[in-house]
Design a protein around this ligand. Structure first.
Ligand code: PGA
Length: 259
């Protein structure tokens, strides 16, 4: 983490938790992180957005509620889909886009992710844009090319003054949900690379402001080492965000690292 740049820890619940479980999680987590200096985002299932956002407001908790996906259109005949405006209406402030589970299991391309990023921004949701190489791409030494293409294509045409509000999440696909966290030296290298790709295209001033999170098997045991890396401005946490105890431990590890 770097002094002066804000930090965000995001929990990605994926397809877990009912409304009741979500509300009780927020109630339990809030006092555990009361004096944390980091921003805490929680990407909950669609059904839990409204009740979780209401609970957060009622508790005056700093937790920010968001979604895990959305459609790229503003509205229309798209059975089963959800629009950015509907998420905002329910209380979402951000949306995870281009998660590897969406890219690999639902065929999302950089082109579609780019449309979603632009729609989220124009309708008022902050994107948390996920990128990352697969195991075979890593083995073939294609990581740099993959990250470059994902960043440039997913952010193509986004107005320069909107870029600094985007959170980038570097998540090596082989590290997600596997318990295999990336080597800190590799994380350092890839985060520096992501920032330099942004700097080359949009300028160093923008690159220095963009928050770049690491994601993939983050646990309380490895969070500190990851957060000590200068270009790691937070974490995207899947499995370990499902328990208030492990998620709060990760959040509280940030305490002091920002000063
Ligand atoms: P994980 O998931 O922490 O369970 O590896 C991370 C993610 O999918 O965002």
């Amino acid at each position: 983490m770097k002094k002066g740049r804000s930090a965000v820890i995001t929990g990605n619940w994926k397809m877990y938790k009912t409304i009741e479980e979500a509300v009780s999680f927020v109630e339990t987590l809030s006092p555990l992180i009361a004096d944390s200096q980091v921003q805490v985002y929680l990407a909950v299932p669609f059904t839990a957005i409204y009740p979780a956002a209401e609970k957060v407001q009622g508790l005056k908790s700093p937790i920010v509620i968001g979604a895990q996906n959305m459609n790229d259109a503003s509205e229309g005949a798209f059975t089963g889909e959800i629009a950015a405006k509907m998420l905002i209406d329910a209380g979402a402030k951000f949306v995870i886009l281009g998660h590897s589970e969406r890219r690999h299991q639902y065929g999302e391309t950089n082109e579609l992710v780019n449309k979603k990023v632009k729609r989220a921004i124009s309708d008022g949701l902050q994107p948390v844009l996920c990128i990352g190489e697969s195991e075979s791409q890593k083995e073939k030494n294609e990581t740099e090319q993959v990250l470059r293409t994902q960043i440039l294509e997913s952010l193509e045409g986004v107005e320069r003054d909107k870029l600094s509000a985007i959170i980038l999440a570097y998540e090596p696909v082989w590290a997600i949900g596997t318990g295999k966290v990336a080597d800190p030296q590799d994380v350092e290298k890839e985060h520096r690379l992501c920032r330099s790709i942004i700097a080359e295209k949009w300028g160093d001033d923008i690159a220095q402001q963009v928050i770049i999170q690491y994601g993939g098997s983050v646990k309380p045991e490895n969070a500190s080492e990851l957060l000590d890396i200068e270009d790691v401005d937070g974490l995207l946490v899947g499995g370990a965000s499902l328990s208030p105890q492990s998620f709060s431990e990760i959040i509280n590890i940030c305490k002091g690292k920002l000063q």
